[in-house]
Design a protein around this ligand. Structure first.
Ligand SMILES: Cc1cc2nc3c(=O)[nH]c(=O)nc-3n(C[C@H](O)[C@H](O)[C@H](O)COP(=O)(O)OP(=O)(O)OC[C@H]3O[C@@H](n4cnc5c(N)ncnc54)[C@H](O)[C@@H]3O)c2cc1C
Length: 272
């Protein structure tokens, strides 16, 4: 049940930050797809919430813009906005693909990228900070966001056109399904060798993560089927090491390894 609590609608980031620092037990609400569900489920993350700060009326949080080297996505942008943005479509097709698989159309129309990531540029009344996503995410439902901070934007560095990527989400159904495993591979192959690689998975590990060990193994190696198989097998072993044996391992491990192989293959041979 949603409790009877105070509800604020600031029009600027400064106003929101002031509310955050003055009020006790306040929570930001953006699309509300986690917050409202949390209230309904009486999740312990929300039982102490005494007030909500709705950030939807802050215009700059809804903007997507670009500079020469990067793309700036306001934390309040919905996944529908991300999917429909020409600049994101041009620069980050994998992000468009991943965003278009979130929940359902109704969820994507509400859910924001900031709410989902609780990402890399939180800002408090005292100062602002920027950090890589991997550092920001600590463990499930726990980030480095302080009580008086707002995520204002996600900044993505543009990449040269020689990078190719592939992404796959495995869920129990095609729509409105939570990810069981997601895999993303982004590679820059020069003269048949891997000049750069970013390889990540979500849901296979407690929080989404890149695999620096696998990336290091792949760097500067000549591309071959054997190499892609080796990287896929070792990714599975790494995940197993991190998560330990579970009831689902017998199913998940080979599926994860196959998906890793498939996404590396698609990234190398250009099938997005
Ligand atoms: C049916 C259903 C299907 C779903 N499917 C998927 C899926 O396929 N993939 C997936 O990844 N997720 C999925 N989700 C999860 C959910 O939609 C996302 O996590 C969503 O992006 C959260 O964004 P929001 O704007 O709704 O966040 P809210 O619910 O408004 O907030 C979520 C949390 O983030 C905080 N927050 C929000 N914005 C900010 C900000 N700018 N600064 C600081 N803190 C902030 C809030 O205080 C709260 O703690 C699904 C949810 C539902 C209900």
């Amino acid at each position: 049940m949603i409790p009877n609590i105070e509800y604020f609608t600031p029009k600027t980031i400064a106003e929101a930050l002031q509310l955050l620092s003055k009020q006790e037990n306040v929570k930001i609400i953006a699309g509300g797809t986690d917050v409202i569900t949390g209230f309904h489920q009486e999740s312990s993350r929300f039982t102490k919430t005494g007030a909500l700060i709705d950030i939807n009326r802050i215009p700059e949080l809804h903007q997507i813009s670009e500079t020469t080297g990067s793309v700036w996505i306001g934390a309040g942008c919905t996944f529908t906005q991300v999917v429909n943005s020409p600049v994101v479509q041009k620069e980050f097709p994998l992000l468009v693909q991943a965003s278009s698989g979130v929940g359902s159309l109704q969820i994507r129309n509400r859910a924001t990228i900031g709410g989902n990531f609780v990402n890399n540029a939180p800002q408090s009344a005292d100062n602002s900070r920027t950090m890589p996503l991997q550092e920001f995410l600590i463990r499930p439902y726990c980030t480095q966001l302080a009580f008086n901070e707002i995520v204002t934007n996600i900044t993505l560095a543009k990449l040269p056109g020689s990078y190719h990527g592939s992404y796959y989400k495995l869920g129990r159904r095609r729509g409105v399904a939570i990810s069981r495993i997601t895999v993303a591979a982004l590679l820059n192959v020069v003269d048949d060798a891997i000049a750069d690689i970013r390889f990540a998975s979500g849901a296979a590990t407690p929080i989404g993560m890149r695999f620096p060990e696998i990336e290091a193994l792949a760097m500067n190696q000549k591309v071959s089927d054997d190499l892609l198989r080796k990287l896929a097998i070792q990714t599975g072993e790494l995940v197993l090491e991190r998560t330990g044996l579970r009831w689902s391992t017998a199913y998940k491990l080979p599926v994860l390894q196959q998906l890793c192989y498939q996404e590396l293959f698609n990234a190398v041979y250009g099938k997005e």
